[in-house]
Design a protein around this ligand. Structure first.
Ligand SMILES: N[C@@H](Cc1c[nH]c[nH+]1)C(=O)O
Length: 374
């Protein structure tokens, strides 16, 4: 490394300066208050774990996105957490295996991936979420979507919209309704993901074409998928989606994209992505999934969501903030200063005669025991 490189950070990693750090703190506090008020108890998890523990708790988790390295103490492979849901699932399957169900847990922390996601180059992101463990019912899914909207709104997001999807759609339909040879399933999924009608036909998935068109505002898209209804294979899912949409449609704009799978590595019958006005890209996603237990134990159903609020933090940090800071001149009475802090002032104490209140961002000055505007 050259000498002038020593202050650089690796690609996709960055600091948060005071304004951003304070916006991040605010987003976290407001969202956690909502989760706590709905009975979701907070857990904290380690930054690094055995790779196996992170990768094998849910089917479909991809380890190639994780930073991995060998632990010189245990000589085993470790990974930096890339998704706290897997850690919360581990807690539910081990330390809290005997806790009553449904179990409601919440979490937040930094997560890392080797590469950014789509157009977002960030490799470290704040993740904040809630997991409802012990059920993947429609009622659980509706609670989780509602909670994600409420948490995001409390954190300062506006114009929220939610896009519903059916992550295991191809697996469900290919069993009987629209049979596909095992070898074709991955290709059909890929063409649906890419929204490539021609490609879908080429790989023998023409029966799946109507799914490409059942996209858009929920009310009309669900009618299209209901019309496509293949032998009742999707009936319970369609009814479930309608019920969830009915619960949240006054809180957010709802759309449907039944074949969207981006970011849904392990979700089962239901998934959703959440967006807000003024923010390009999504702010989080969630859905139903199954937690694999210890060998010999049954998997456990669960539902949850994770927000990735960094773009919201950036947006809030860019808004001009009225500074209300009180300058305490040299020789001020510390008791009076304490009283001012107790009623809400942020104080900045002079350390020398040359300290300039305006340059230090103060709006007021303590004079004769009072806060006087500068
Ligand atoms: N952790 C998942 C979202 C999720 C939480 N619970 C269920 N799904 C993600 O980040 O994509």
């Amino acid at each position: 490394m050259q000498d002038n490189d020593r202050d650089l950070l690796p690609e996709g990693l960055g600091d948060r300066l005071p304004q951003q750090a304070s916006a991040s703190q605010q987003v976290r506090r407001m969202a956690h208050d909502v989760l706590a008020s709905h009975g979701y108890e907070r857990v904290e998890t380690p930054l690094i774990e055995f790779e196996k523990a992170l990768a094998h708790r849910m089917a479909g988790v991809q380890v190639r996105r994780m930073f991995r390295f060998v632990d010189s103490v245990s000589l085993r492979m470790l990974a930096l957490r890339s998704d706290m849901t897997a850690q919360v699932a581990r807690i539910a399957a081990t330390g809290l295996a005997e806790a009553p169900r449904p179990l409601r847990l919440s979490y937040s922390g930094q997560v890392c991936t080797i590469k950014g996601d789509g157009l977002d180059p960030r490799r470290e992101r704040l993740q904040l979420g809630a997991e409802l463990i012990g059920t993947d019912s429609v009622a659980a899914a509706a609670e989780i979507v509602e909670l994600a909207i409420e948490a995001l709104r409390a954190a300062g997001a506006t114009g929220i919209s939610v896009d519903f999807t059916l992550p295991d759609l191809v697996d469900t339909l290919s069993v009987e309704a629209l049979p596909l040879p095992e070898a074709r399933i991955a290709a059909v999924r890929q063409m649906l993901d890419a929204k490539d009608a021609g490609g879908l036909v080429d790989v023998g998935g023409e029966g799946y074409l109507p799914l490409l068109y059942a996209v858009g505002p929920f009310a009309s898209a669900i009618e299209r998928i209901a019309a496509f209804e293949c032998g009742g294979a999707l009936a319970s899912r369609i009814a479930g989606l309608r019920e969830i949409a009915a619960r949240v449609s006054d809180k957010a704009r709802i759309t449907l994209d039944p074949s969207e799978r981006h970011g849904f590595e392990y979700q089962s019958w239901f998934g959703f992505t959440i967006y807000a006005e003024g923010i390009s890209g999504s702010l989080g996603r969630g859905g139903t999934y199954r937690i694999l237990g210890q060998t010999g134990h049954h998997p456990e159903s669960a539902t949850g969501f994770s927000l990735y609020p960094d773009p919201l933090v950036d947006l809030l940090a860019a808004e001009p903030q009225a500074q209300r800071k009180l300058f305490l001149p040299l020789g001020h009475d510390p008791r009076v200063a304490g009283q001012q802090r107790a009623i809400g002032w942020t104080t900045v104490a002079a350390l020398s005669e040359s300290d300039d209140p305006l340059a230090l961002g103060c709006s007021h000055k303590l004079e004769g025991g009072e806060a006087v505007a500068l």
